[in-house]
Design a protein around this ligand. Structure first.
Ligand code: CP
Length: 318
């Protein structure tokens, strides 16, 4: 099996419970990955994903190889039938098969390039590795999804919610740079698969792909959305609509998360995947408050990765 997105999870609640169990005894499955190797390929920067995925693999007894492919690998070609007489030195057809010979799982981080929306939303890089590799693929954030982060976030909410159907709000916040929709897409997808009162709030023009919005309530009124919320999950993303795909069209600081807005919630918890720009996305007073879960979220990245790698290893061993 691959862990590409939520469709690879047979039972989300079971995965969450298993991650919480692994968190209590991280080395309990240390023999599962003995003599197995995971290769982590990074086309983009990372702190949490790189270290937590390595730690998860080591907790399962695996060998780990890491390559900063974007900076150190050959530039890859993805197109069919291309005459490769320009800058790209190697085709993914060979690269994926070659890397497959060195390891048992390939984990990949490859963000949206914002050059071509169709390429991004067809997951050009991950799809090509899935097609040509002969070993399972683990998604460490692709063009349109971050399933390890979303699984982490569901684990964190499961650990902290106090009522059966919590109100969970995904809020846009301003950022000076153009960021992918991946984290917001996956969070929405996993929230929709959970028993939440789920609300998305963003300025006009920042509508997400409807396939991820699903049954969520959507509003452009952030303060209305925050009322009685149990969890405020904050993230910037760039527009999905064709006209402004991947551009920055709004940096309105009135969307920043402040203590005054958090006071509208039901003593709500503040969540963000990190890295975060302090006092642009969120005020210090909020991220430093006792209701902030950002450090616990980052810790849970290890156990989300560990349960995903464990499932893949079990599929290899069977
Ligand atoms: N949240 C997250 O994916 O962090 P990194 O980009 O540092 O890996």
């Amino acid at each position: 099996m691959n862990y590409f997105d939520i469709n690879d999870i047979n039972n989300l609640s079971e995965w969450i419970d298993e991650a919480i169990t692994l968190k209590k005894a991280p080395l309990s499955q240390k023999s599962l990955g003995k003599d197995k190797t995971i290769c982590l390929l990074f086309f983009n920067n990372s702190l949490r994903t790189r270290l937590s995925t390595q730690k998860a693999a080591m907790n399962l007894g695996m060998n780990v190889m890491v390559m900063n492919f974007g900076a150190e690998g050959w530039q890859l070609e993805y197109g069919d039938g291309e005459i490769m007489d320009q800058g790209k030195s190697e085709h993914v057809i060979e690269a994926a098969q070659v890397v497959s010979q060195y390891c048992d799982i390939i984990a990949i981080r490859a963000f949206a390039k914002f050059e071509n929306k169709k390429d991004d939303y067809q997951e050009q890089v991950l799809s090509a590795f899935i097609k040509y590799a002969s070993v399972p693929i683990l998604n460490m954030e692709s063009a349109i999804g971050h399933p390890l982060q979303a699984l982490t976030d569901m684990i964190t909410i499961a650990e902290h919610h106090k009522k059966s159907k919590p109100k969970v709000v995904l809020s846009w916040a301003p950022h000076p740079k153009s960021l992918p929709q991946a984290v917001a897409n996956s969070f929405a997808q996993y929230a929709n698969a959970s028993d939440f009162d789920f609300v998305i709030t963003h300025p006009e023009g920042y509508e997400l792909d409807p396939q991820f919005v699903g049954k969520a309530t959507v509003t452009n009124n952030q303060e209305e959305a925050f009322k009685d919320a149990d969890f405020i999950y904050v993230k910037n993303w760039s527009p999905f609509a064709d006209a402004n795909y991947g551009k920055v069209i709004n940096t309105d600081s009135s969307w920043k998360i402040t203590a005054k807005k958090m006071a509208l919630t039901n003593n709500g918890k503040f969540m963000h995947c990190l890295p975060v720009r302090r006092n642009v996305i969120v005020d210090d007073a909020v991220i430093d408050s006792e209701n902030s879960l950002v450090i616990q979220q980052a810790n849970n990245r290890t156990y989300a990765a560990q349960v995903a790698i464990k499932k893949i290893l079990e599929s290899i061993n069977n």
